[in-house]
Write a protein that binds this ligand. Structure first.
Ligand SMILES: [Zn+2]
Length: 253
């Protein structure tokens, strides 16, 4: 299985428009972060988790020509606003499979009513197939994907486990029964926003505590704000099996 980090930044991305914060001004490519998303590839299958406003640029950058589906964690704009840019995939492949909680589909249907319309569609508008995700394993390609239920402040979000790999973003609270599902992971990806606590995201300390509890072989941090600091500085203070993810990083499991 190959994982590509398409984006590792928090909702505004890094740099933030108009910001003169030193991290936003950094010339290190590892400090430039598009909105969070990953590409998960195995056998002949290619899935994307989330589809934020940088989706088009991310698909071009990673040279993706076919997708088997988009799996959503939740409906926030930084995870969904690129949906219109599935058009090139739709033109080549037909309806695109989306996987999401019923509530997330409701939000998408409101924002992208023209995509979900069933009649009088404007020519060139893409179409999708809805696959509702409940908190139980579902088939993506030939693999059973296991949702991990959590809270982003008061909003329900799903993380996902793909065999020995799990991806959790925008998490603040996770029940013990859900943490049970994360045993024996080779790689865990989890959100770590910044140093100071935040109402809806793990900060660095909470993310490291969570990793220590789950005990994956390796862990990567994502959904990063400029307030976490420079990539190279933060990497130096992390435990030896924990890494700061960065855009374009690829890992094989
Ligand atoms: Zn987010």
């Amino acid at each position: 299985m190959k994982i590509t980090f398409l984006g590792t930044g928090t909702s505004q991305g890094i740099p933030i428009i108009g910001s003169d914060h030193p991290v936003c001004l950094s010339e290190n490519p590892k400090d430039k972060r598009l909105r969070v998303s990953i590409l998960v590839e195995w056998d002949d299958f290619t899935f994307v988790v989330d589809c934020g406003p940088d989706f088009r640029q991310q698909m071009l950058r990673a040279n993706v020509s076919k997708i088997d589906g988009i799996i959503f964690t939740h409906e926030h704009a930084d995870h969904t606003m690129g949906l219109d840019d599935i058009r090139p995939f739709f033109f080549r492949q037909g309806d695109i499979d989306l996987y999401a909680h019923q509530r997330v589909f409701k939000a998408l249907e409101k924002r992208f009513d023209y995509i979900f319309a069933t009649e009088n569609k404007y020519p060139g508008v893409p179409s999708v197939t809805k696959n509702e995700v409940k908190n139980e394993p579902f088939l993506a390609g030939n693999l059973n994907v296991v949702p991990i239920d959590g809270l982003h402040y008061k909003l329900q979000v799903f993380g996902y486990r793909f065999h020995k790999f799990a991806y959790l973003t925008d998490m603040k609270t996770i029940a013990d029964s859900e943490i049970e599902k994360l045993q024996n992971l080779d790689v865990l990806v989890v959100n770590a926003l910044r140093i100071k606590p935040h109402i809806s995201h793990f900060n660095l300390e909470e993310a490291l505590d969570f990793i220590a509890r789950v005990k994956p072989k390796r862990a990567y941090l994502t959904h990063i704000s400029h307030l976490l600091g420079f990539h190279d500085d933060v990497q130096q203070i992390l435990p030896k099996n924990v890494f700061l993810a960065y855009d374009n990083l690829q890992i094989t499991i």
